[in-house]
Design a binder for this molecule. Structure first.
Ligand code: HEC
Length: 149
């Protein structure tokens, strides 16, 4: 029994050294969504706080996010999130992609409360968007010039 515990402990410690997909990449400021779209500060704060951990090249990990095996699950989700939408690359999008993200993806996901995902909010309650914040985001998105080339 004791041997098993020691083995598990060593395994757990060893696991901590395996972190292939940590989300920490160089970001180019002029391509960033908040800069490109000139997002007003109060709205930018919500995006940073509730969306950027999974949809940008820099995640502000909570301490426990770094502990394997949770870190592996977290990093996998970030990969999926970035694959759908990476705010750090916003400046490289075509006008039609920009429109689709604003009108379809973002407006819809915020409205139906799909983002941030529920399981994420369990461990990161600070990322939760209040009803007032949701209205503010929607109001701002509605002012965006979608025909801009
Ligand atoms: C825990 C990580 C996480 C956070 C935080 C998060 N997302 Fe996502 N997001 C994902 C994942 C994973 C996907 C792709 C899979 C899916 O569609 O469920 C995704 C997909 C999307 C998409 C693509 C369309 C779609 O619904 O599939 C949009 C748009 C989006 N998110 C917007 C947002 C916005 C806006 C916020 C902040 C309010 C946000 N996300 C916060 C993980 C996250």
């Amino acid at each position: 029994m004791k041997k098993v515990l020691v083995f598990l402990l060593i395994l757990f410690v060893a696991m901590q050294f395996y972190r292939p997909y940590e989300n920490s990449f160089v970001t180019v400021e002029k391509l960033d969504f908040l800069i490109v779209e000139n997002v007003p500060a109060p709205i930018a704060r919500i995006f940073k706080n509730s969306c950027y951990d999974c949809h940008s090249n820099q995640t502000d990990y909570a301490l426990y996010d770094n502990i394997a095996p949770l870190s592996w699950i977290v990093d996998k989700n970030i990969q999926r999130g970035k694959f759908s939408l990476n705010f750090s690359k916003w400046g490289t999008f075509e006008p039609w992609q920009r429109r689709v993200f604003f009108q379809g993806g973002m407006m819809y996901d915020i409205n139906i409360n799909k983002m941030p995902p529920k399981n994420y909010l369990l461990l990161h309650p600070n990322a939760k968007i209040s009803n007032i914040e949701r209205k503010q985001m929607e109001a701002w998105i509605a002012t965006v010039d979608l025909m801009k080339e």
